[in-house]
Design a protein around this ligand. Structure first.
Ligand SMILES: O=C(O)CCC(=O)C(=O)O
Length: 264
């Protein structure tokens, strides 16, 4: 299964509309991918906190509409990273969607751990409250977002719910790039899953983004990794590898349920 990670830069000099057009052209130039993944808040620009209200959009807004049209025209699964979603109740959330090859939504996730360290996200956005895992032709898929990488309990829950592939769009700063590399590898290895992690590149509002989008297999091997700049990374994975790795080295099978109740 071929996957394309589109590591987008969101320079301050570019408007959202210009960026949507530019990224549409990039997407249309991708050949042979079955799944395309974009970073967190690439169209709005994660660090444009003062513009969150005006950049917020609905699920019929410009980012989703373009991605849905392109997914259907190319016949691919497209994880569009995330948008600032304007909910009907006036609240904003950091919302990720995986579109199917007909352009319809197959998975929606609203970021649970909104980020507050050198970030206004936690004060501006409302945290999500559901953690779906969806069964697709290539496996059981979950999507989480950026800071969620840091929370092992969330990953344990995804693993318990049967996830084989976890997609992680991010706007992870270069200052903590080694945390990004370490955590994406560790989560794949400890849960024997594919981690498909697409980060943003470039800089926004004086913050340098880390790039280094990467795909880690269920054995903890990094099978693709970008450099720091805007780029498209293509990688071929075999989703059957999840079961093969678990059969060969049954760590997941040896896990005990609820360690805190075992009286250890
Ligand atoms: O956890 C980190 O270091 C980065 C998190 C982040 O940038 C985000 O959640 O958008």
């Amino acid at each position: 299964m071929k996957i394309a990670l589109v590591q987008v830069a969101s320079p301050d000099s570019e408007t959202r509309e210009e960026r949507i057009d530019r990224v549409e052209a990039i997407l249309r130039g991708i050949n042979g991918a079955e799944l395309i993944v974009l970073p967190e808040l690439w169209s709005a620009g994660y660090f444009h906190f003062d513009d969150y209200e005006t950049l917020a959009e609905t699920l019929n807004g410009p980012t989703v509409s373009m991605c849905s049209r392109v997914a259907a025209e190319l016949g691919v699964h497209l994880h569009f990273g995330s948008i600032i979603e304007a909910g009907g109740d006036g609240r904003l959330s950091n919302t990720s969607i995986l579109l199917g090859p007909d352009g319809n939504v197959v998975h929606t996730y609203r970021k649970i751990h909104v980020f507050g360290y050198q970030s206004k996200e936690a004060s501006l956005l409302t945290a999500g409250s559901s953690l779906p895992v969806v069964t697709l032709p290539f496996g059981a898929v979950a999507g989480i977002t950026c800071y969620d990488l840091r929370f092992p309990g969330l990953w344990m829950e995804l693993s318990t719910r049967g996830a084989d592939i976890v997609i992680v769009p991010a706007a992870w700063p270069a200052a903590r790039r080694e945390h990004w590399r370490l955590l994406t590898t560790a989560r794949a290895l400890e849960h024997q899953i594919f981690v498909i992690a697409c980060n943003a590149a470039g800089s926004q509002q004086g913050v340098e983004l880390g790039g280094h989008s990467r795909v880690v297999d269920p054995g903890g091997n990094v099978i693709a990794e970008a450099g720091p700049d805007e780029t498209v990374v293509m990688v071929d994975i075999d989703p059957q590898q999840v079961q093969a790795v678990r059969n060969e080295f049954p760590v997941i099978g040896d896990r005990l349920p609820a360690y805190n109740t075992l009286g250890l």
